[in-house]
Write a protein that binds this ligand. Structure first.
Ligand code: ADP
Ligand code: ADP
Length: 218
C-alpha cells in the first residue's frame, strides 16, 4: 500500500529535521514545498520569482500556484509508493486539493503527524537555524551543530541562514501558521488520521516517538 504521510507543524517545529527518519522507515521520497520553492528560486524560474515576494515577507504563496507545483511533483514515478509531504498542505483549500490529487491516484492521506511546539521555542530554533543550500540538511548553531562550524557534514557546502528566518519575518510566519494552517489540525482530526507529537523535546526523543508511531503503519 502507498504511504502518503503529512508532516504538519509551525515553522521551526522540526519537520525538515525529522523528515529523513520517516522517509527512510517507509521508503518514500521527501516532498518539501518550501524546498521546491527555493529550488525554483535558485533556477530563477517564473514560479520561483513569483513565490519569492511572498516568502520574503513570511506570507503564503497563493494556493493555486502551490497546489500546481506539488501536484506536478506527486506525478513523478518515485511517488508511486507514497511520499512524505512536509510543509504542504498549509491551508484548508490545499488540504482539499491534496485529497483530490491523491484520489485521482487511487490513494489517500494515511496519517498526519502534527509536531507541536510553543511559539517561544520556535523563535529560538529559527534564529539559530543554518541550512545547506545544496542538500537541504538543517542544523542549529546550539542544538544540532555541524561537525565543522559553518560547513555541511554531508557534502561540505558552506551553510547559509535563510532570509525569512529573521526575527520580524519569523513572527509573521508564526501568525500565518496560527490563522491559516492550525485549522488543518481539526480538519485531519475529524478524519481520524491525526497523530500529535510533542515536538518541544530533544531531536532524539521526537525521533523515537515518530519511529514508534510508524511501527503501526508498516
Ligand atoms: P518552514 O519549514 O520554516 O515553515 P518552509 O521551508 O516550509 O518553512 O516554507 C518557507 C516559505 O515557503 C513559507 O513561509 C511560505 O512563504 C512558502 N511556502 C512553503 N510551503 C507553502 C505552502 N504549502 N503554501 C504556501 N506557501 C508555502
Ligand atoms: P521546520 O522544517 O519545521 O521549519 P527544522 O527541522 O528546520 O524545522 O528545525 C528548525 C531548527 O530547529 C533547526 O535549526 C533544527 O536544527 C532545530 N531543531 C529541530 N528539531 C529540534 C529539537 N527537537 N530540539 C532542538 N532543536 C531542534
Amino acid at each position: 500500500m502507498a504511504h502518503f504521510i503529512v508532516l504538519l507543524g509551525p515553522p521551526g517545529a522540526g519537520k525538515g529535521t525529522q523528515a529523513a527518519t520517516i522517509c527512510e522507515a517507509l521508503e518514500i521520497p521527501h516532498i518539501s514545498s518550501g524546498e521546491l520553492f527555493r529550488e525554483h528560486l535558485a533556477k530563477q524560474t517564473e514560479l520561483g520569482k513569483l513565490a519569492d515576494g511572498y516568502i520574503r515577507c513570511g506570507q503564503l504563496v497563493p494556493d493555486e500556484i502551490t497546489v500546481r507545483m506539488v501536484g506536478d511533483r506527486l506525478k513523478q514515478p518515485d511517488c508511486a509508493n507514497g511520499a512524505l509531504l512536509d510543509g504542504f498542505p498549509r491551508t484548508i483549500p490545499q488540504a482539499q486539493a491534496l485529497d483530490d490529487l491523491l484520489a485521482r491516484m487511487g490513494a489517500q492521506v494515511e496519517m498526519v503527524i502534527s509536531l507541536e511546539v510553543p511559539p517561544e521555542i520556535l523563535v529560538e530554533r529559527l534564529s539559530g537555524r543554518w541550512s545547506c543550500p545544496n542538500c537541504g540538511r538543517v542544523y542549529h548553531e546550539k542544538n544540532n551543530p555541524p561537525q565543522r562550524s559553518g560547513v555541511c557534514d554531508r557534502d561540505g557546502t558552506l551553510l547559509i541562514q535563510r532570509l525569512d528566518d529573521r526575527p520580524e519575518t519569523v513572527w509573521q510566519r508564526i501568525e500565518v501558521y496560527l490563522s491559516r494552517t492550525q485549522p488543518l489540525v481539526e480538519y485531519y482530526r475529524q478524519k481520524g488520521i491525526l497523530v500529535n507529537v510533542d515536538g518541544a523535546r530533544s531531536i532524539e526523543e521526537v525521533r523515537q516517538s515518530i519511529l514508534s508511531i510508524l511501527a503501526g503503519v508498516r
